[in-house]
Design a protein around this ligand. Sequence first.
Ligand SMILES: [Mg+2]
Length: 358
Amino acid sequence: MAPPHIRHIRIRRLDLALREPFSISTGARAELRNVLVVAELSNGIRGFGEGAPMAEFNSDSQKLTLSALERATAAFIGREVSDWRGLLELVDRTLESRRGAARAALGMALLDAWARWRDIPLRLLFGGAESTLRSDVTVTLVPAPQARLAARRIRRMGVDTIKIKVGKDLDEDQDRVLAVAEAAPKAALILDANQGYGPRDCLKLLRRLSRHGITPALFEQPADKDDWQGLRDVHRFGKVLVAADESVSSPEQALRMAKERAAQVINVKLMKAGLLAAWDIALIAKGSGLGLMIGGMVESQLAMGCAAHLAAGVGGFKFVDLDTPLWLKASPMRGLRMGRGGLYDLASKRPGIGVRPD
Ligand SMILES: [Mg+2]
């Protein structure tokens, strides 16, 4: 029987209400405006992909993502899905790197369709190194009393790493971190400033926290994305591991980071420049001995599930930040999800990403 080809690609808005705003130093999201791609094969198998454009990150938007995808899909119709690698390369040739969410959504739908056709979980394609991950859960830029309640909730979920957004107001940030540390004294803490304030304020925050006996396990993006010296300074003077998130969005930047070592960890995200770029960034980081973190924008179970397959497949991700489905009022997806303790259990034989829209 001839191998299946791509029959249709459908593109839809994925507008989702949030339980509470997802608030970080660069702004707050009150609702999600993501994109869903459904790739249908000639044998009826369907693959699903999600794009999560984040204006605060790279000026991407739902509108730009939809229109880029609408222009791109014609080039894929009729192609054989067995050439998954060729399809991913075509995704990168048809969509510019700044359309990372569009690249991710289309690449994800095609790979999901391929893996469902081959009847294998997607993590095997990415290398099959591991089959479980444990995610942190985030406390966003909320006032301290709310942060305390959130930390208690997270502790009750059995999660042992709490990521705390900072970067807007030094005093409020300090109070928020102290409240979390008090409510969950055994949890490892990750701080994320999202370029909100510079290395000087980040170091000030670290000094204040250290007076209370708090040393974060990691500090994400404690400087503007182009301020690599700032990243270096926070590591050196703050004696903390630093993760480059906004600073590394392409394999080229990952290579530069491998050489210059301004940060010790790279946060890999599918939405930065699509699946191939994320995979390459992960391999560059791993091969050069940089630490690995997997993260995302504000995404549903579908994109986070795909990120989980990538991280588990490549292996060695010490920091896992795949918790944003918790913010959704109702999940539009079923299948693979984060369980108790932040656990992603990818050991099942469920093919593809293992998530589909309801
Ligand atoms: Mg970050």
